[in-house]
Write a protein that binds this ligand. Structure first.
Ligand SMILES: [Zn+2]
Length: 593
């Protein structure tokens, strides 16, 4: 603990220096390819490998040997795709004018994805008796039983295969234009700027930072201008959202589901009724989120000193130290600027975004456009580093690519790390403003379960209202939005008038994904509660979960490793009691300050 204190204290004196130094730039040569030419040359090798796989497809279900070759090749190609796609994505992030990389990315996925999809369709036709026979011949195939079962589950059993593939090819034309329209509406809006203590800020691009600006008049003006920007095309936002819902419901019904929520939730192995039930139980606890919102507005934001990126890295390492020596070693390597895995800081052509990345079996890392050295941004870096570490642990455990991603477990891992680091900073910083900011951020992450439920509630009610034919206009959507928000928040200005639905971008970008945040917030909190009560037991079990990937349904893995059951009625009271206690602590700190 003394280590963290020293770091925090040392950085206080360095608050006037820029948080990010030039050292935090991606080393492409070291982590990807020696040159752009080398990357291009490798793409040709990948293309040849994709051809081999397409030739193998007709034979892959006929013998154990062919199936094993197909799995091996698929693993290889999936890693190839991730490697090139990530490289090109990072190039575009570094220079938004890099159209060549953007195009190459599209070409690459256009070349590879249909072949991987065809493999998946073939896997889906394997019955369990054949799989059993193949496994007896080649025991190494046993680990892919779940992958085959998943491929089979992905097939829409309610319709004939021919109809299913026809629906699949129509899907983009039916369901993609709404989000394209949404994006265009955003892009052509004149959002305007707001004058802040640190200069002029773009109301839309910097809306995240403006929401927590220390000056309340800046926050209010930013909110008003943002609302005005959305209002300018309110009718078209309503049109595109209602068309999203209608199109998704129509596609779902054609595939034999009752509606789009049933299709999406089923694909994530969630029972639509239990999703609604969890929303309802969290809504009943909405008062805690309201209390937090009320507190935030009553107390002026404390101006905390900015930490350098080096100091922030020290805090992240110290906060995650309880995860053990092995974790710490890998984390230190990730955060060491000499390894060129962190790409942090703004630039005139750089993309204003943040994400973690992976070059399979070589390296993982983080891209972050902005880092201001305060608790919120330290938490964000912790979050992305948490994803990068999760991927790294799977690499070290040689998890097959087909099991390196899946539902429910990715976000909680990143959020749990945020909780650990913010809790650590709130306990150890010698500076009260920093302690308040860290505890505030802790609660912000902890309340993700409530914010996620709020958004999922909104989306669910929009789908229900469209199905019941009681929503036709922007006014109708305003009414739904205002009603939902009043259960979780004390909305201000435009939000109080119900305008917030226009800002919930994922309803267009990735419909019905929002409930995922409710689940991940809940799981992260449940992890933190178990860590707090018995870290010696929790940590090894938690690390074993991380190292395994997704070789089974996520709910089953959670139960097996951590004893967490997302449908357990005790989960909501358990996690919200923890939030209430921490909120009480924050209120105490704020009174003293
Ligand atoms: Zn994340």
């Amino acid at each position: 603990m003394s280590f963290g204190l020293a770091v925090a204290a040392a950085s206080l004196s360095a608050q006037t220096t820029a948080p990010v130094t030039a050292a935090y730039r991606l080393d492409y040569d070291r982590n990807f390819f020696a040159s752009a030419a080398a990357e291009l040359a490798d793409r040709r090798i990948v293309a040849a490998r994709v051809d081999s796989l397409s030739h193998l497809i007709p034979r892959m279900n006929r013998s154990a040997a062919a199936l094993q070759s197909a799995f091996r090749l698929m693993d290889r190609i999936s890693a190839d795709e991730e490697r090139h796609d990530t490289y090109l994505k990072l190039r575009v992030a570094d220079s938004t004018l890099d159209d060549a990389s953007r195009q190459a990315r599209n070409q690459l996925s256009g070349r590879i994805d249909p072949v991987l999809e065809a493999v998946n369709q073939h896997l889906a036709t394997l019955d369990s008796a054949t799989v059993g026979r193949f496994v007896r011949q080649r025991p190494a195939l046993a680990q892919f039983r779940f992958a085959v079962a998943e491929a089979r589950r992905g097939r829409h059993s309610g319709v004939a295969p021919g109809v299913d593939s026809m629906l699949g090819s129509l899907q983009p034309a039916v369901t993609d234009w709404q989000n394209d329209l949404y994006e265009r509406l955003l892009a052509r809006t004149r959002w305007g700027t707001v004058q802040t203590g640190q200069g002029e800020a773009d109301v839309f691009q910097q809306s995240r930072a403006l929401r927590t600006d220390p000056d309340s008049s800046v926050r209010a003006e930013a909110r008003r201008k943002l609302d005005q920007g959305y209002l300018a095309q309110r009718d078209l936002y309503a049109f595109s959202l209602l068309q999203t819902v209608r199109a998704r419901n129509a596609m779902a019904r054609a595939r034999g589901y009752s509606d789009a929520p049933a299709e999406v939730y089923t694909s994530r192995r969630l029972d639509p009724a239990s999703v609604r039930d969890l929303i309802r139980r969290v809504r009943q606890r909405g008062e805690v989120a309201k209390r937090f919102a009320r507190d935030q507005r009553a107390v002026p934001l404390a101006a905390e000193p900015a930490l350098s990126l080096d100091s922030a890295a020290g805090i992240i390492r110290a906060g995650l130290a309880p995860l053990g020596a092995g974790y710490r070693r890998e984390l230190t390597a990730l955060l060491d600027p000499a390894n060129g895995r962190l790409d942090i800081g703004p630039g005139p052509l750089r993309q204003a975004t943040g994400f973690s990345w992976e070059n399979p079996r070589v390296a993982t890392g983080v891209y972050l456009y902005w880092f201001d050295g305060r608790a919120g941004d330290i938490s964000r870096l912790t979050h992305e580093a948490g994803h990068a570490m999760h991927r790294r642990l799977m690499t070290l455990a040689a998890v097959p690519r087909v099991y390196t991603g899946g539902p429910l477990l990715a976000e909680p891992v990143a959020q749990f790390n945020e909780l650990l680091v913010m809790d650590y900073l709130a306990r150890t910083s010698p500076d009260t403003a920093t302690r308040i900011a860290a505890l505030t951020k802790f609660l912000d992450v902890a309340l993700d379960a409530a914010y996620g439920a709020q958004d999922a509630d909104l989306e669910q009610q929009v789908y229900d209202s469209v199905a019941a034919d009681v929503v036709h206009t922007a006014d109708d959507l305003d009414r739904i939005s205002a009603r939902v928000d009043s259960a979780y928040d004390i909305p201000l200005d435009g939000d109080a008038a119900g305008h917030r639905w226009m800002q919930v971008r994922l309803m267009w970008e990735d419909p019905l994904y929002l409930s995922n945040y409710m689940y991940s917030g809940m799981i992260a909190l449940a992890c933190f509660a178990r860590f707090s009560s018995d870290s010696a037991r929790f940590v090894p079990a938690y690390l074993s979960l991380l190292k395994e990937g997704w070789p089974a349904p996520a709910q089953q893995l959670l139960r097996q490793h951590l004893g967490i059951n997302v449908d357990d009625p005790a989960l909501v009271p358990e996690t919200f009691t923890l939030i209430e206690r921490r909120l009480g602590e924050l209120e105490g700190l704020q009174r003293e300050f």
